[in-house]
Design a protein around this ligand. Structure first.
Ligand code: C2E
Ligand code: MG
Ligand code: MG
Ligand code: MG
Length: 285
C-alpha cells in the first residue's frame, strides 16, 4: 500500500468493515497458535468403490475448533490462510497427521489410503515433494497409500510451476487426484499431460443427477474420458441412493458423500473402521 492509498481505504471503511478487518487480524494470530494448541483436527470421509461398495480409503478434511469462536469451517479459514500466506503450515500439519494415521493402520488396514487436499499456493512450494518423501521415509509407509487432491484451477493458475511440481510429487510414488473436476477450464489435451491418477467429479454435477438427463450425458463423457486416460473416476457429494445408482449406471468407479458417510473423527471413525468387512475377516480367521 502507498500511504495515500491506505488512508483513502481507511476513510472508506464502514464500522462493520473495520470490525471485520480487526477480527481477521486476530484470526491470523489465532491461526498461528492453532496448530501449537491442538485446535486443528483431521476428519476423514470414506471413499467407496461402486462395484462392491467397499471402503478403500478416505479424504482428509481439516477442522478448526476455535476456543472462543467455536467451529470454523475450512470454507472460511482455508481461503483466509491462503491470503495470509499461512496455508503451507496447515498443509504440512494435515500431511503429517495423514501419514501418521497410515503408519498406525499399516498392519490392520494396509489397503486403506488417505488423500490430503492441497491448495493453489502449495503448488508453488518447490519443497513440497521433498517433504512428502521425508514423511514417507520417517513413518515407513507405502507411498501408494497417500494421495494429494489438487484443483484444476489451482494448476491452471500457474502451470509453469505447478506441472513440474506434480511430476516431482508423482515420482515419490503417491497418487494425485484432480478435485472439483469439471469446474475449471482445462482441456482434454492438457489433462493428458498431467501426471495424475484420479479424477474427482465435482458435486455440482452430482446433485439430482438421477433426474437430469443432460447432466448424465456430461458425466458419462467425463467418466469415459477419464477411463481412456487410465484414471480412476470418483464422484463427490453423493447424498441419495438414486444418485448413487445413476453413477453406477454411468460406470463411475467410486463415490464419496453423505449417502455413504459424513466426515468422521474419533470414536465414530473407530466404529467405521471396525465395521469394515476386511477387519471382520481378520477377526474370524
Ligand atoms: P473438497 O475438497 O471438494 O471437499 C468436499 C467438501 O464437501 C467437504 O467440505 C465435505 O465435508 C463436503 N461434502 C462431502 N460429502 C458431501 C455431501 O454429500 N453433500 C454435501 N453438501 N457436502 C459434502 P469441507 O470439509 O467443509 O471442506 C470444504 C473445502 O475446504 C474442501 O472442498 C477443500 O477445498 C477445502 N479443504 C478442506 N480441508 C482442507 C485442507 O486440509 N487443506 C486445504 N488446502 N483445503 C481443505
Ligand atoms: Mg477434496
Ligand atoms: Mg472436492
Ligand atoms: Mg467440491
Amino acid at each position: 500500500y502507498a500511504a495515500k492509498e491506505r488512508s483513502e481505504t481507511f476513510a472508506w471503511y464502514s464500522d462493520a468493515q473495520e470490525a471485520s478487518r480487526l477480527s481477521h487480524l486476530s484470526l491470523l494470530s489465532d491461526l498461528r497458535s492453532a496448530i501449537q494448541n491442538n485446535e486443528l483436527q483431521m476428519w476423514l470421509q470414506p471413499k467407496i468403490r461402486l462395484n462392491d461398495m467397499h471402503c478403500y480409503g478416505f479424504e482428509a478434511l481439516v477442522r478448526w475448533q476455535h476456543p472462543k469462536r467455536g467451529f470454523i469451517s475450512p470454507i472460511e479459514f482455508v481461503p483466509f490462510a491462503e491470503r495470509a500466506g499461512y496455508i503451507s503450515h496447515v498443509t504440512n500439519w494435515m500431511l503429517e497427521q495423514a501419514v501418521q494415521t497410515l503408519a498406525q493402520w499399516k498392519n490392520q488396514y494396509p489397503q486403506l489410503s488417505i488423500a490430503v487436499n492441497v491448495s493453489t499456493n502449495d503448488l508453488r512450494d518447490q519443497k513440497l515433494p521433498e517433504r512428502v518423501k521425508q514423511l514417507i521415509h520417517q513413518y515407513q509407509i507405502s507411498p501408494m497409500n497417500l494421495q494429494l487432491e489438487l484443483t484444476e484451477s489451482g494448476i491452471m493458475e500457474n502451470p509453469d510451476d505447478a506441472i513440474p511440481l506434480l511430476h516431482s510429487l508423482r515420482a515419490t510414488g503417491i497418487g494425485l487426484s484432480i478435485d472439483d473436476f469439471g469446474t475449471g477450464h482445462s482441456s482434454l489435451a492438457y489433462l493428458q499431460k498431467l501426471p495424475v491418477s484420479e479424477l474427482k467429479i465435482d458435486r455440482s454435477f452430482v446433485i439430482d443427477i438421477d433426474q437430469q438427463e443432460s447432466t448424465q450425458k456430461l458425466v458419462k463423457t467425463i467418466v469415459e474420458m477419464g477411463h481412456s486416460l487410465g484414471l480412476h473416476v470418483i464422484a463427490e457429494g453423493i447424498e441419495t441412493q438414486a444418485e448413487r445408482d445413476t453413477l453406477i449406471k454411468l460406470s463411475c468407479d467410486s463415490m464419496q458423500g453423505y449417502f455413504a458417510s459424513k466426515p468422521l473423527h474419533g470414536s465414530t471413525l473407530g466404529d467405521w473402521l471396525t465395521s469394515l468387512p476386511h477387519n471382520q475377516n481378520r477377526q474370524h480367521s
